[in-house]
Design a protein around this ligand. Structure first.
Ligand code: SAJ
Length: 422
């Protein structure tokens, strides 16, 4: 471990930036978080958090109370700048680097010779070179590093975040880091920063390889989840329990199939593989197909729910009540980004499939804006859903749902997209 402590500016205090800023502060650095949202700045400066993530609240409170972390709207000079802003894609699956460009142009006036800039946002291959280009436009007085050229006034590297939502604080410290500089000197400077708080290994490479490593990790997972999701469709046709099938196949020493679900959500796995497809459309056939398989899973789930409701309506007249359990994109978190569960629920409500739809999400205190105000929906407790629903759709395998006594499901149509109750 390197003990050098310095002044680090973290640009973007979201799911990655805020935990990173707090971990850096607890490792002894003076950390300035730069945000465009005034309410996030106020929240952090009160020592509070705007996201639910295990252990994050205590870490941020401690960092702010110790005086080593503060948030601001305006960039200030620092030794190192870590950019952790979103990189979504546009409607046509083309990466949108607007936030990275905006961050680069905003920090540029504060840069001084000797500064290190690290990009952590998931990015298509070549983004770090583009970042160098934006900085060069803003600061023609500074020599910006170029691959193959040793001399420069600042250092620039790509180091992807790889932490799992729900385990961000521990994985930030324990995971290995891939550090890809525009030059070897950039890699080494960036590695030394990570070595002040990372217990895993920090491995140097070039920027393009580091960018592609991140995309590859998430595309690998996406392809493997697509395999499980495709199996669930095949098993449904063949009358086989896919969960039993996977458990049995996984007894083979070299087979490890992931779990089917209602689709793939989150801001990473449902997005990043498209960056590869966009860069090499003809070559990325499997990666594209996996995206399509996972993206089409919500429609299949919706069709199953429609069948269940239609069967009840055929059997009897009167009100049909549907309950959707879980809106988050995966278990035990409050994150709704790209959530297939939210997409499915919204579709069902907008279609008016049931007379009433009870929405249960233990990680939220009220109906999220995407569903608020839609007629026929009610934000409900698990108990109310078990009491009142004719059709129960389990969309997220939250721990709170696991122990539902099976007799409470009797007489209801149950669509368990996660295999939690099998
Ligand atoms: N899912 C399944 N079946 C599974 C596993 C996951 O349907 O067997 C679904 C989840 O329900 C969720 C989605 O896939 O909707 C993604 O969840 P996840 O837990 O696989 O991944 P994320 O998006 O929370 O985090 C991923 C991680 N990447 C890998 O595991 C390769 C994390 O390490 C990355 O840091 C993160 O993406 C990121 O920020 O890129």
């Amino acid at each position: 471990m390197n003990s050098a402590k310095s002044r680090i500016s973290v640009v973007g205090l979201g799911y990655i930036g805020l935990p990173t800023a707090a971990v850096l502060a607890s490792a002894g650095h003076e950390v300035i978080g730069v945000e465009i949202s005034a309410s996030i700045v106020d929240t952090v400066n009160r020592g509070e958090v705007h996201i639910v993530e295990p252990d994050l609240d205590g870490l941020v409170r401690g960092a702010v109370l110790s005086g080593r972390l503060r948030a601001t709207l305006e960039p200030e000079p620092a030794d190192t700048f870590v950019i952790a802003v979103p990189t979504p894609f546009k409607d046509d699956h083309v990466p949108d680097l607007g936030y990275v460009e905006q961050a680069a142009r905003r920090i540029a006036p504060s840069l001084r010779p000797g500064n290190l800039i690290i990009l952590e946002s998931t990015s298509p291959v070549g983004t770090t070179e583009m970042l160098a280009g934006w900085l060069a436009q803003e600061r023609p007085d500074l020599r910006i590093p170029k691959p193959g050229e040793a001399d420069a006034d600042i250092f620039l590297a790509y180091c992807p975040e790889r932490v799992l939502p729900g385990r961000i604080v521990s994985e930030l410290v324990s995971n290995d880091r891939i550090v890809g500089g525009l030059t070897p000197a950039c890699s080494t400077r960036a590695r030394r920063v990570y070595e002040t708080f990372v217990r895993g290994q920090c491995i140097e490479t070039d920027a393009r390889t580091a960018e592609m490593t991140k995309l590859t990790e998430n595309a690998f997972r996406d392809v493997n989840i697509a395999f499980a999701n495709e199996l669930s469709l095949i098993c449904d046709r063949l009358g086989i329990d896919v969960w039993e099938l996977i458990a049995l196949a996984n007894r083979h020493p070299r087979v490890n199939i992931l779990s089917p679900g209602p689709g793939v959500g989150g801001h990473c796995i449902a997005v990043d593989p498209w960056f590869i497809v966009d860069a090499a459309p003809e070559a990325a056939r499997l990666i594209r197909t996996a995206r399509e398989v996972n993206d089409s899973k919500p429609e299949w789930v919706i069709a199953k729910i429609e069948e269940a409701v239609a069967a009840i309506r055929q059997r009897r007249s009167g009100e049909v009540v549907l309950a959707c359990l879980g809106l988050a994109f995966k278990a035990n978190i409050d994150d709704l980004r790209e959530s297939p569960s939210l997409e499915i629920t919204r579709h069902l409500v907008e279609r008016g499939l049931a007379d009433r739809t009870l929405v249960v999400e233990p990680y939220l205190e009220q109906m999220p804006p995407a569903l608020a105000g839609l007629t026929g929906t009610e934000f409900a407790t698990l108990e109310a859903a078990l009491e009142g629903a004719d059709v129960i759709v389990l969309l997220v395998d939250h721990l709170q749902f696991k122990d539902v006594p099976r007799h409470r499901l009797e007489g209801k149509a149950v669509i368990d997209t996660r295999g939690l109750w099998r």
